[in-house]
Write a protein that binds this ligand. Sequence first.
Ligand code: PGA
Length: 265
Amino acid sequence: MTARTRLIAGNWKMNRGPSETSTFCEKFRRWWDSADEARASVGEGKLEIAIFPPFISIGTAKEGLHGISILLGAQNCHQEASGAFTGEIAPAMLKDAGCRFVLVGHSERRQLFGEQDETIALKVRAVLAEGMDPVLCVGETLKERESGETFAVVERQFLKALAGLDPDRVAERTVVAYEPVWAIGTGRTARDEDAQEVCQCIRRLAAERFGDETAQKLRILYGGSVKASNATGLLNMPDIDGALVGGASLEVASFGGIIQGCIAR
Ligand code: PGA
């Protein structure tokens, strides 16, 4: 089996302006200097760590983390390259600001801002076209889970977002985050086996659509109330390659704890 580089990604959502970001970075640098194992894992290419601050704090995070191997991501982008789209951010701007990743189709974007599969597919392409890596979020609501639709929902979201993409781009550059909506920000984490079952299904879908080799390289994260105390169990699952962390990524102590939990796996 291909060894996939694990990814621990912190989605700050609408939290931490520039001043707070600067404070986070100072604390994170101190943590990083003392985190020998994390530095070694990152240095050996076994682990990637990324934070996704609000747009306005990306520049501060870049400066504050300068010289340490933490990657940056954005939480959203527009699908067009430029133009009259007041209040939006183009992928090229995020690239210029130092982003390597862009979250696409987070459930909060789908539910609160009406993002549809079609727009999400355009965003995935726009991010790839700029040489960044999309982190495509998929996941079912509680109602969908209870009515037995989990796999159908995830299948639809996954296939629509990635339809027609070149398998190499999926394998090398795309990350999928399985985030059951009922587990996000609720403190209610999916059981390790339930998260694994859906992540395995995503890998199977990737194999059917893009081939086995692509499926084996595709990185699949779990997200939804991940914390230091549950990270190791989730990350021990064979098809879970990392975590997309919301609330617990806002403080260095809890985010660092999850990174340690990933190494302990
Ligand atoms: P949470 O958020 O860890 O606070 O549940 C996860 C996410 O929405 O990415």
